[in-house]
Every structure is written in structure tokens, then in C-alpha cells.
Design a protein around this ligand. Sequence first.
Ligand SMILES: Cc1cc2nc3c(=O)[nH]c(=O)nc-3n(C[C@H](O)[C@H](O)[C@H](O)COP(=O)(O)OP(=O)(O)OC[C@H]3O[C@@H](n4cnc5c(N)ncnc54)[C@H](O)[C@@H]3O)c2cc1C
Length: 475
Amino acid sequence: MIDNGTPQATIGRRAAGTLVAVAETRLVIIGGGPAGNTCATHAARHGANVTMIERDVVGGAAHLWDCIPSKAMIATGGAMSFLSRSEGMGLADVQPAVDLDALRSRLDRIETRLQGQMSSLLESQGIDIIRGHGRITGPHRVVAETDTGDRELEADVIVLATGSRPRIPDWCTPDGNRILTTRDAYPPAEMPSHLVVIGSGVTGVEFVHMFKSFGADVTLIVSRQQVLPQKDPEVAAALEEDFLRRGVRLLKGARATGADMTDEGVRVTTDDGRAVDGSHALLAIGSLPNSEGLGLDSVGLDIDGGYIKIDHNCLSSVDHVYAAGDLSGKLPLSSVAAMQGRKIAEHAMGLHRDRPHRHLDYDKAASAIFTEPEIADVGLAEADAFAEGRKIRVTKVPFTVSAKAMINDDNRGFVKIVSDPATGVVLGGSIVGRHAAELISVLAVAVTAGLTVNDLVESLLVHPTLAEVLAEAAE
Ligand SMILES: Cc1cc2nc3c(=O)[nH]c(=O)nc-3n(C[C@H](O)[C@H](O)[C@H](O)COP(=O)(O)OP(=O)(O)OC[C@H]3O[C@@H](n4cnc5c(N)ncnc54)[C@H](O)[C@@H]3O)c2cc1C
């Protein structure tokens, strides 16, 4: 049964209030994560007839397994480590302990509330949400396999936003109990006494920080000589220093080749012959795109390693099929996925022709690592500029100069700003320290809007705040 009708003539509203007859665009989205949701709401707001197929929960992996539960666990761990430093704040010694059931209900509460909010928003905009597995069956046809049978849908525009899942290597079989993927960790059935984290990228280091805050012993397998191999070495060094201070064991230059269950727990072996025994192991070695079973062959889309190739408008090699989010193989960030979804809605509905349109610039995406201290950056990195032989001005101010950092009893870290020496335009920056993930927004706006260091210096900021250090670093 084909049940989303044919394009209908409707009345649309254009700029300056003129009413024009437009054909309603039938947009079918597969995947309800940040990419799919944002595309759906933006397109519906502009008059599209939107159907979204989601096989799990609206909100996607981002709400269920990735951004939200990981940051909620980190916030609880952060509260624990802050309270255990309470003497510095002039309080009597406090020794908090984790309550796994309370933590589990906290995570459930957040997830239920976010999912409810998201479903209400989509429904209030008239978006048809189909629970089931979506698959393309022809150039303009999608099938949703549901519990009550298949539903066939006609689409003018198809958006693929099916996200990704943790990569599981062939040398290890996670059981969800002792050998965990990131999806088994919110929280695990029992708190690990010694967790071996495999993978020292963004996800790996966040899990190191999370479980260390809960009091576990943690060993991190680092395949190179630096944690966060893609990051500015100075920034990575600040994190390593903190890990070592907190007693995290770093196994550098070692690639895990096995993780096996033992009588006492788990043994992780590495390619240089070393072995680490722990109570639990956690895999954080990247992700794979959810592109199987999507019917990509039926329309002949160009793919690369399972990721759908897209152009600067997120358009695939087929002119009415778009891809967004992790499936597009660009930056695997929720914020980027959402912005791609928005840009797709604008492009698919022709809105980019009527109004100022800015292409998505992945090089200007801000990102953060929710460790302690937090690490955040945006735009051009100092190391990359040097590698390219580009002339830059780099200014750096530590949080030790900040009154607010003193008030917070936490003056770790620094702000570094990279600017153009000729024009003063802010090209990028890094922040290490408390609330870095929030503070980087100021630099992200500066980078996107082409503001100068002088614009930052002359902004009247609130005192006392950590943000004042941004203005000082811009001097
Ligand atoms: C541990 C972890 C922490 C992270 N933390 C952050 C963070 O703090 N900030 C940040 O910006 N990014 C973070 N990320 C990355 C972020 O989660 C992803 O980039 C983001 O979820 C991608 O959004 P998406 O819409 O592409 O896909 P997803 O959020 O994965 O959503 C895709 C949806 O598609 C559905 N689906 C898949 N196939 C089908 C099908 N055939 N039919 C119907 N439905 C289907 C899935 O059920 C899912 O709901 C984190 C990632 C991990 C692993």
C-alpha cells in the first residue's frame, strides 16, 4: 500500500507576505537521530509533508547511548570528584559514594524526558513517525518494515540518516557484562574495580575520566605515544598529566590484540606481548556506518567504506537523495549531524535560493571532550597552521590569572587563540579547563562570523567569569 499520497497543491507563504501555490514536497527520512530530527522539523516548518522512519527511539543513538547518557554519567562522576575536593571550597570533608540504582534512574529519567519532548515536537508539526526499519526500494520509493507489515511510501526527497554503531574487532566478543561496548556502560551491572579501556580517542578518554571519577582503577591502552593523537600535543599533554596525577595507568605504543574472559575478570593482550588483567574491559575503537539493509543498490548511490558520499549540500550521487550525520562520513558529532539536517531541508525545499545561505564548513565545527579538565577547540589548530607553513599569531593565557577560577577552586588549563597577524581575524582556538565546552562557543561564533581579536577584547563581559580569560587571550 502506498500511503503518503501524491504531491498536493497547497498555499505557501513567501517573503513579503505574498501567497503562492506550491507543491508540497514529500520528504521521507530514515533515521530519527539529530540529523533526521532536525531535518524533519525544519522541513515541516517550511511546509513539507514529512514522514520519518525510526526503528528504535526518536532521538537516536545520540540520546540513547552516546552524547546524553555519557555526559550525564560524567556529570555525576564530576559531582563526586568535586565533592571529594570540598575542603578547598571551605567545607567539611565529604566522601560521596555512587548509588548505581539512583544513577540508573537518573539516566532513565533524562532519556524519557528527552524522548517525550522530541516526539511531541515532531507530532506537533504533523510529522508522521513510523516505527520500523526503513529501506529504499526504488528511486522515489521507500519501504518501512513494521510489526504490522510493510508500508510503501512515495518520496520526492529521501534523507538517509541512520547513524553508526560501535566497531567490534574480530579479536573480541563483548558480552555486555565484563567486556563492554560504550552502549553497555550506562551504568554497567556492577561498577568495575579495574577497567581496561581500549582506544585513546575522544570516546576512550571520556570513559577513562568517567570511571576514574567513580573510583575505579583504570588502565588505558594507547596505540600511539600520545592520547588523543589527532589533537594539539599541548592539549593532549594537559590531559595526560591529569590522568597520571589521578593514577590512570597508560599503556603506550601498544595495540590491543585480544580481550578474553578469565576466572577473575578480563585479560587484555597487546601486540608487544604485554597483558593487563582487569575486572572489565571497554572497547572504544571507533564506529561503523549503519548502511547495511538500506537498499542503497536499488538507486546506485556512491559509497565509500559504507559511508555515503555527499557534496557540500549533503546531496548523494543521486539528485534527490541526501545523507546526513554519521552515515555521511563527515565529522561524527551530533551538532554537525543536526546542522546537516537543517541544510538539507533548506536545499531540498529550495530555500537556499531565496535567502542568504551559508554552506556548512566542517573546519569551523567546535568540539569538546568532557574530561577533567574539559578540552574544547574550534577552527584552525596551531599545529596544523605550522604544518601548512601558514603565518599565524598565537596568544595563550592560563586560568591561574582568573579570579573566577580561584573562586571555583580550580585554576587548571588555559585559553589559546589563533588569529591572522595581518587582520586580527580569529581563525581558531583551544580551551583546556573547567567549562571549556561552554566557553568555546564564544570562539566558535567569532570563527564563523569572522570576528577579530579586537571584537573579543572590546566586548563587555561579565565579571567575575572564566570568559574574561578569552578577552585576555585575545589581547
Ligand atoms: C559514546 C559517545 C559519545 C558521544 N558524545 C557526543 C557528544 O557529547 N557530542 C556530540 O556532538 N557528539 C557525540 N557523539 C557522536 C554523536 O552521538 C553522533 O555523531 C550522532 O549521534 C550522529 O547523529 P545521527 O543522526 O547521524 O545518528 P544517530 O544518533 O545514530 O541516529 C540514527 C538513528 O537511525 C536509526 N536507524 C538506523 N538504521 C535504520 C533503519 N534502517 N531504519 C530506521 N531507523 C534506522 C537508529 O535507530 C538511530 O535512532 C558521541 C558518540 C559516542 C559513541
